[in-house]
Design a protein around this ligand. Sequence first.
Ligand SMILES: [Zn+2]
Ligand SMILES: [Zn+2]
Length: 418
Amino acid sequence: MQSNQGAMNKEKNKTGRQVVDLHMHSTASDGTLSPADVIRMCAAAGLQTVALTDHDTVAGVKEAIATGREVGVRVIVGSELSVTHNDHEFHMLSYGFDPGNGPLVNRLADFRQSREDRAFKVALKLQEFGFDIRLEDFERSADGAPIGKPHMARAVMENPKNNGLLEQHDVETSSDFIMKFLSDTGLAFVPRDKLPAREAISLVHAAGGVCVLAHPGWTFRRNFASAVSFLEELKSYGLDGVEVFYLGHSKDQTEQLRIAVPANLTAHQDLTGGHPAFQTVGDMILANGKPVSLVGEGLVQRLEDQVDPAKLAQKYRSVARAFLHDEGNPKSWAARCNSAILQVKKVIPLYRVACDLLPRAYHMEQTGQFTGGLSAQELAENAGLGEVFQAIRSILDRQDATDAELWAIAISIQTDAK
Ligand SMILES: [Zn+2]
Ligand SMILES: [Zn+2]
């Protein structure tokens, strides 16, 4: 270690910066791994402090904290709340509240329950019209997330028994179906319980926590300019922070957010020591492998002591294979691609597999070492995935893609070891 680097590390460490990731999901909502497995993966990736933020629930938090104690990862209580303000619906991350707090936890339970009740009522109404649809179909389509209109539309439309009826009603696309049946003026409309942002913020504050606006680049992708006034309003209700660094944000959005976020709202880089938009904390340690603090160095050391690169490579490959090829897996590429989510959102799991897991697996197999010192792009190029990396990068910057484009990328990805 060069001495000036050492001095810099000490300087950074004095500010108390840690390597953290404060936004992740488990099977308690729409994630792929159990809460315990998420935390084990965090330990393997060298993270020191993490928050589990499942949608509208704290169901996985207890397990995550217990596992965190076993593997030496500090787990902060969290949840990603679905809230509304001025007819906008968006996500708000909440942290550090008391998970046993009555008013907050009861409200979350009621909220989730009322969304399920609503979905059940919509299913009944659709049945009256003759559609072949049950609550379970919606649940399968939502895959652990709170059931929304796109999930409902998809569940109805992918059942061939509904084809005739859809034709009768002139429904060709999911948006046709939402307009005709699920919108405020739709034939099967059932009003939904809303959790106003203002109420959510005060509940979280009363339970001792803080609130952070999640991925505003997504929420405001159609009108990003309006995000600033929106932020100011939320700030007046007590919003504590904004998620600036998010995989689905383009480089431009990240830059604009860094500038636009009111100075006294914590930006994510204060917690991580700052990293470019297209880099997760895991990348920083494993892919880029340049720890920016003494803490980070300790984490890499621990990773090297406790995890066998060859085994980690196998694990990464099996996750990639299951995602791309296991058609029975409801979270597979095929299932995700058939869902009514945004094109650019579909590309995020593809990025994880093709630009993160597989290139790292390749490097570990070839060298027997972790992937320190190489950028995600270099790693992808070495693994023969350079073109895929560029294609995905360009989709994230454009914030758009076509189905054909996405499938062409997916089928070009080779998951087996060379
Ligand atoms: Zn999330
Ligand atoms: Zn979200």
